[in-house]
Design a binder for this molecule. Structure first.
Ligand code: YSA
Length: 353
């Protein structure tokens, strides 16, 4: 029996391999491997042909060997080309626009929770006839302290742990005034009163800074909303009525309000205002530290020395003022347990509001 010539085997093998490659799904690694094993593998058809070459005469063996190696290279190259084509087709499919697909939902931005509560507080007061004004965060100590009846070396300054701004000696004003990051919004009291005569009825939202260790209820940067009313005949009853109405608008009609004596050098008398705890309805719980009450602001009748310092006639005018922390108010309203969430830029927190 005559053995078929190896070149005839190679021709057939080439035809079979190329037609199988034509229908091969090169994105399927299993199918590619099967094709490779059948035609190029260790026991594949090409290797079988190569093994049979030993029986051939030397001249024919060399020729057939070269043809077999060239076919091997050709098949490997064709496989690679097919793979590249498949990848390109996949990429083109991925990039093409399918207008029948539903659109991607845009992520909606929203106002920061501090901004939301500040706007709510301000509009409650705006509806009661207050005008909103704003002032600088970098402030002179004259406004932050002196005009508020807290002269230099007064022990009350310790209450407002201050971040001072370094000033070269050469740039200090002759009166030695220093610059600081305002520790409260109260410096705007002096700025507003210096600019205008009574009646004054303003609300001042803004950022404040204190050199303070942070914890669940203290940040080193936070907001305050200040209020100031000065006119003829303003009494403590006006202060209480205004703040009761504010509490009703922000916390609802069912919350009870309590005033207690407190001390601030720029008011006389001074008070703090609390609402009954929303967590336990005043019975006492972890949120209110079992007192049943949560303090929300400091307030009082503007000290005559503060009115006199800006040139107001203290025999004619009286006033009241208050200052509250909107982050603390938002914490009470929404049951937020840690003030540090407000400035940590964590979207899981921010997107709840
Ligand atoms: C008092 C009487 C007035 O006639 C006018 C204003 C005031 C308030 C005064 N200027 C003041 O700063 N008082 S305070 O130090 O007790 O702060 C007021 C509110 O700011 C606090 O009730 C609290 O809600 C918020 N606050 C203070 N320190 C804070 C803070 N919030 C977050 N982090 C801090 N470190």
């Amino acid at each position: 029996m005559t053995e078929p010539l190896p070149t005839t085997d190679l021709k057939q093998l080439s035809e079979d391999a190329l037609s199988a490659l034509q229908v091969l799904d090169t994105s399927d690694p299993g199918a590619v491997e099967k094709w490779r094993v059948e035609f190029l593998g260790r026991n594949g058809r090409l290797t079988t042909v190569l093994r049979g070459l030993g029986a051939l005469p030397a001249e024919q063996r060399r020729e057939a060997g070269a043809a077999a190696n060239s076919l091997k290279e050709q098949l490997e190259q064709r496989l690679e080309e097919k793979r590249t084509q498949t990848l390109a087709a996949q990429a083109a499919r991925a990039e093409s626009l399918d207008i029948s697909l539903p659109g991607r939902r845009m992520r909606r931005g929203r106002l920061h929770p501090s901004t939301q509560i500040i706007r709510e507080i301000c509009s409650a007061f705006n509806e009661m006839g207050f005008q909103t004004v704003e002032g600088p965060e970098v402030e002179w100590e004259r406004y932050n302290f002196d005009l508020l009846n807290i002269p230099r070396d007064h022990p009350a300054r310790d209450k407002w742990d201050t971040i001072w701004i370094e000033q070269p000696e050469s740039r200090r004003p002759p009166d030695g005034q220093r610059i600081l990051l305002r520790t409260h919004t109260s410096p705007m009291q002096g700025r507003v009163m210096e600019r205008q005569q009574p009646p004054v009825r303003v609300i001042v939202p803004g950022k404040c800074y204190r050199f303070e260790a942070t914890d669940a209820t203290h940040e080193w940067q936070f907001h305050q909303v200040e209020g100031l009313v000065v006119d003829e005949g303003v009494t403590f009853a006006d202060l209480k009525g205004t703040l009761y109405e504010f509490a009703r608008r922000i916390f609802g009609a069912n919350r009870r309000v309590r005033f207690r004596c407190d001390f601030f050098p720029f008011v006389e008398p001074g008070v703090d205002m609390s609402i009954d705890c929303f967590g336990c309805d005043g019975k006492g719980c972890r949120i209110c530290k079992n007192s049943g009450w949560i303090e929300i602001m400091g307030a009082g009748m503007v000290h005559p020395k503060v009115l006199a310092a800006v040139g107001y006639d203290t025999a004619r005018y009286t006033g009241f003022a208050f200052g509250m922390g909107p982050e603390r108010i938002a914490m009470l309203r929404y049951g937020i347990e840690d003030i540090r969430h407000f400035f940590s830029n964590d979207l899981r927190f921010l997107s709840q509001f």
